[in-house]
Design a protein around this ligand. Structure first.
Ligand code: ZN
Length: 118
């Protein structure tokens, strides 16, 4: 069974307690009424599908209920880091995405790009 670390509960919990919420760090355009259809399509529908590290939003739906972000390797399905919503992407070290490790925990909070769930 896959274990996922919830940064709010501060413990590993079963994957059955979580729900995937799509890509993390998607920034909503500030001028939504002025953007073209192509720009809206890019923002709303198009996502990367990388082979390697991806940053995703997750929700601890059967736990604290809060949203958080996680870095996951799509090759190994291994979670590399979990961090609170509003925090920047953690710095991951390692030559290949499959062997990436969390270098240091995130220190800054960037609330301009994401809100916080309570
Ligand atoms: Zn939790």
């Amino acid at each position: 069974m896959l274990l996922i670390y919830c940064p709010y509960c501060e413990e590993d919990r079963s994957e059955l307690e979580f729900r995937h919420g799509g890509d993390a760090h998607i920034v909503r355009p500030t001028n939504m009424a002025d953007i073209s259809d192509e720009e809206f399509e890019e923002f709303f529908f198009l996502r990367d599908n990388p082979k390697g590290v991806i940053y995703e939003r997750w929700r601890h739906i059967h736990g604290c209920g809060r949203f958080f972000n996680a870095a996951r390797d799509t090759v190994s399905d291994r979670f590399l880091a979990s961090y609170k919503t509003g925090e920047p992407k953690p710095a991951l070290s390692g030559a290949s995405p499959a062997s990436a490790q969390l270098a240091e925990p995130p220190a800054q909070i960037d609330e301009t790009t994401e809100g916080t769930a309570k």
